[in-house]
Design a protein around this ligand. Structure first.
Ligand code: NAP
Length: 485
């Protein structure tokens, strides 16, 4: 019988009111139920908000460095369990074990880094025009923050939302994605064991339309941080826009890598393969468009084909596997659907693109990484987020053309360039429409201590992570203090 995981409300592990559960399935081996999670609804979310609202004043009154100490303690607990948590993540989400362990480590680093913000929380002290007046700003928490997270970074994203919310003095109601709720559960468990006061974090699992919607609609909600698809994010924007709630949306991408003619082509091919296919292309920052300057297009495509064919698809727990499964049947169907769309649109499938079946693949959602040549900017595979291991190869006539092609999508999350031409690199940095810009590195692979977020339709609201992480979760108050009468 699979283990049953409970909600966490008011410091207690709690069964949901309906007593119904839903399964968390291993996408590499679909007869394995990783756990059963609570199918929570509006009643459970109400209880979570009651607890969060009750706990918030005392939590905010605690000195910020002391709030940070709970994150430090939780980080220690998680560190001691890193190997187990990595394995669990591979089983619930499918990414390879090294990727999963790397992500747990990242969540730990986030708790440590943001825990340190408890002792910083820098503000401004600004000279007054008037004599004997001292002017400064202070930060105040917002109240109860609702956090809704996706399945593809099931530990790092809950960590990078919870940590700054807490250290700033807010209390939290978090709902993780139904496809991978265990990794966030482990973070909450560590915070519980670290002695976090009851009600400060409340963890509720359940469907987006039920538990998620109840968070969004709750009248006590003061800040909503969402990461997920544009479709859901835009609907949330419409819903809460008029309520003057602090809103942060991190959504999809269609991220380009430009390769200029001066590049080392072996290096460029590695950058592309890593950015496009690792984590099965299921990163919001994954590269899905390679924009290659004409003179090096053919030789680079040869190298890409060679490297792509060598990638090993399989169960992420097995050593040597490069690419795990799609996260579920729907995502697999989306990947295969777009591969068919690409063919129908006239792009040439150079390799991959088939579902892998039989033997070791018989119980999972495995798909071969696909390379499409001859992709033109109006094609759907050049415009729409697929979120799978599909790379569209496009020819750029020159540098100008590469920038035009890179920017002609509605998204603007991440973008990279491979080149040794310093002038072109700086021009790219200035002109590319993306929030995350990398040079001679894949589009994916960002670090916790720097701000994260996109532009255009990929993001809305303030940046997450890095020194700016607290801005979203705090309100600035301005003080004018005359020290004589
Ligand atoms: P999703 O379907 O939009 O779901 C994200 C979260 O929203 C889940 O917890 C989901 O719950 C919940 N949800 C769904 N409908 C809701 C509703 N009506 N009200 C409130 N909550 C609702 O996205 P996903 O498939 O999990 O994640 C993949 C997407 O995330 C991709 O588009 C990817 O680009 C994006 N992403 C962006 C970033 C970034 O930082 N920009 C990072 C990672 C991923 P259920 O799971 O229960 O449906």
């Amino acid at each position: 019988m699979p283990e049953v995981f409970l909600d966490y409300i008011a410091g207690r592990w709690t069964e949901c009111k309906s007593k119904k559960t839903f399964p968390n399935i291993n996408p590499a081996s679909t007869d394995e139920v990783v756990g059963l999670f609570q199918a929570s609804g509006a009643d459970d979310v109400q209880a979570a908000f009651d607890a969060a609202a009750k706990a918030q004043p005392a939590w905010a009154a605690l000195p910020a460095p002391k709030r940070g100490e709970f994150l430090f303690k939780a980080a220690e607990i998680l560190d001691a369990r890193l190997a187990k948590l990595g394995e669990e993540m591979t089983r619930e989400e499918g990414k390879t074990l090294p990727e999963a362990k790397g992500e747990v480590k990242r969540a730990i680093n986030i708790f440590r880094y943001i825990g340190g913000e408890g002792a910083r929380q820098f503000n401004y002290q600004i000279p007054s025009e008037r004599e004997n007046v001292f002017c400064y700003t202070i930060r105040k928490p917002l109240g109860v923050a609702g956090l809704i997270t996706p399945w593809n970074f099931p530990s790092a994203i809950p960590a990078w939302k919870m940590a700054p919310a807490l250290v700033a003095g807010n209390t939290v109601v978090i709902k993780p994605a139904s496809l991978a709720p265990l990794s966030a559960y482990r973070l909450v468990e560590a915070l519980h064991e670290a002695g976090l006061p009851p009600g400060v974090v409340n963890y509720v699992t359940g469907g987006g339309g039920s538990a998620g919607n109840a968070i969004v609609e709750h009248p006590a909600l003061r800040a909503l941080s969402f990461t997920g698809s544009c479709e859901v994010g835009n609907a949330l924007h419409d819903k809460v826009g008029r309520r003057k709630i602090r809103l942060q949306l991190e959504m999809g991408g269609k991220n380009p890598t430009i390769v200029l003619k001066d590049s080392d082509l072996d290096y460029a091919a590695d950058v592309l393969v890593n950015g496009a296919f690792f984590s099965t292309g299921q990163k919001c920052t994954a590269c899905s468009r390679a924009i290659i300057e004409k003179p090096v297009y053919d030789p680079l495509v040869e190298k890409l084909l060679e490297k792509t064919r060598k990638l090993k698809v399989g169960n992420g727990l097995e050593p040597g596997v490069d690419i795990g499964p799609a996260v579920d049947a729907n995502q697999l169907e989306t990947d295969l659907k777009y591969i068919e769309i690409g063919k129908k649109e006239g792009a040439k499938l150079l390799c991959g693109g088939n579902r892998l079946t039989g033997g070791a693949y018989s119980k999972g959602y495995f798909v071969e990484p696909a390379l499409f040549a001859g992709v033109t900017p109006e094609m759907r595979i050049a415009q729409e987020e697929i979120f799978g291991p599909v790379l569209a190869l496009m020819v750029a006539n020159d540098f100008e053309d590469s920038i035009r092609l890179a920017n002609c999508v509605r998204f603007g999350l991440s973008a990279s360039i491979v080149s040794r031409d310093l002038t072109r690199v700086h021009q790219f940095v200035n002109r590319i429409e993306a929030g995350l810009i990398t040079v001679n590195l894949p589009t994916a692979g960002v670090e916790y201590q720097l701000p994260f977020g996109g532009t255009k339709e990929s993001s809305f609201g303030m940046r997450e992570q890095g020194p700016q992480a607290l801005d979203f979760y705090t309100e600035t108050r301005t003080v004018y203090l005359k020290y004589t009468q």
